[in-house]
Design a binder for this molecule. Structure first.
Ligand SMILES: CC(C)(COP(=O)(O)OP(=O)(O)OC[C@H]1O[C@@H](n2cnc3c(N)ncnc32)[C@H](O)[C@@H]1OP(=O)(O)O)[C@@H](O)C(=O)NCCC(=O)NCCS
Length: 144
């Protein structure tokens, strides 16, 4: 059974593990800082006591919510866990009177672009050389 709930500090090692497996690009301690600043919009998915995915978002302006990071452990992908995490953060953002959500995704990350498009996100721009390796970011938005 999957439990979707708010991040707790004891989840931190699981988050680091998932981050290293899927991105390996953020300083993991950013996530603790993130929790200190935005505890309501740092959400995890738990199965049998293990954390298998997370989404970290924050209010980025008046009526705007931004996704900082979203990931599902490779062994648990394609089971609608990403979907459940995103739906939960949409719910929380809605309660915060947020009207639109934005995020950036690597231009080469076809899977994530498909994933977000399926949930109704659309591309509204490109940030050139946004990432450390000079890759462009696809800017995506969802009206909620
Ligand atoms: C993107 C990610 C979070 C999706 O999570 P997930 O739990 O595997 O996705 P879901 O099972 O909820 O998929 C929902 C829909 O997204 C699309 N999708 C997800 N994975 C896909 C894949 N590998 N190939 C094609 N479409 C895919 C499908 O339309 C899917 O619906 P379907 O299974 O009914 O066809 C996950 O692949 C991941 O962690 N990737 C690495 C990190 C990343 O890229 N994060 C996003 C950038 S910030």
């Amino acid at each position: 059974m999957i439990i979707i709930r708010k991040f707790q500090p004891a989840d931190f090692p699981w988050i680091i593990d998932i981050e290293r497996k899927v991105f390996n690009e953020h300083d993991p301690y950013l996530y603790m800082k993130f929790y200190e600043n935005y505890p309501d919009t740092f959400i995890v998915a738990q199965i049998n006591g293990m954390i298998v995915g997370y989404v970290a978002g924050f209010q980025a302006g008046d009526g705007v919510g931004r996704i900082f990071s979203l990931a599902v452990h490779p062994l648990y992908q394609r089971r609608k866990i990403g979907n459940s995490l995103l739906n939960e953060i949409i719910h929380v953002f809605t309660e915060m009177h947020i009207k639109e959500m934005i995020l950036e995704v690597r231009w080469s990350n076809i899977v994530a672009k498909k994933f977000y498009q399926k949930l109704g996100f659309f591309q509204y721009g490109i940030a050139e050389k946004y990432y450390n390796n000079a890759e462009d970011a696809c800017l995506m938005k969802l009206r909620i």
